[in-house]
Design a binder for this molecule. Sequence first.
Ligand code: B1M
Length: 215
Amino acid sequence: MEEVLQKLFDSILDGNATATKENVQAALDANLDPNVILNNGMIDAMRKVGALFEEGEYYVPEMLVAARAMQGGMALLKPHLQQTDKKSSGKVLIGTVKGDLHDIGKNLVALMLEGEGYEIIDLGVDVPAEKFVEVAKEIRPDIVAMSALLTTTMPSMKTTLDALTAAGLRNNTMVIVGGAPVTEAYAQQIEADGFAPDASRAVGMVNRLLVEKSS
Ligand code: B1M
């Protein structure tokens, strides 16, 4: 790995927010591709944090400071990841499902969709089905996008989908799901309209669904 990316990786692992920002800036100054900075320097570091947590080397506080460092770095990277010249092509209601506090992946999906020109309404984390339904009724989004990072919160996706169906919202609104433990098979099982394994493929999925909807 390039030295500048290695430093970035290490600063996230250490949960050092100041060093993370400095290292993101250094990587940008070195003209590295922002997607490479994100994927190789930052997301890989979060993966390592997860592995260290599983091994009992890291505990929740270490995960939390790493997440804060990551988010500070992402804020700096954001303008470089987005193409701001595109105009809005649809409305996306996004949130992390009930019981789940993980938001870095969801924020990335929102950021990439925003960069593609979509209007984003972000409900945040720990969002109950009723909240998704209430806001969907009000704003009539083209897409509802749900994120889950815990196997224990994946069933909240099904609960939310069922609530959206019961409220008669699924004729005009399509639902996509994603997050580390979520699979294509699970998405099909709960009858979501789409699944994406990462933020850039979430953009592709939303684009595809909206083309299908309009044709
Ligand atoms: Co937690 N955590 N965590 N955690 N955490 C994981 C998810 C875990 C895999 C760690 C591990 O054991 N290896 C594990 C879950 C095991 C499981 O259920 N399978 C875990 C656990 C157990 C927990 C707690 C239960 C720990 C505890 O309290 N004992 C607890 C639960 C709290 C809760 O939610 N109720 C907990 C808490 C936390 C923190 C709060 C400390 C912190 C989150 C802070 C925050 O998000 N603001 C945290 C963190 C940081 C992690 C890890 C280390 C990193 C997650 C992350 O941000 N990754 C994580 C380990 C891991 O993922 N390997 C872990 C970077 C991010 C860019 O990736 O979110 O996967 P990700 O997003 C990806 C894709 O998944 C996809 O796009 C992104 C990439 O482009 N994607 C979508 C995401 N959403 C999408 C939606 C889409 C499409 C694609 O369409 C709608």
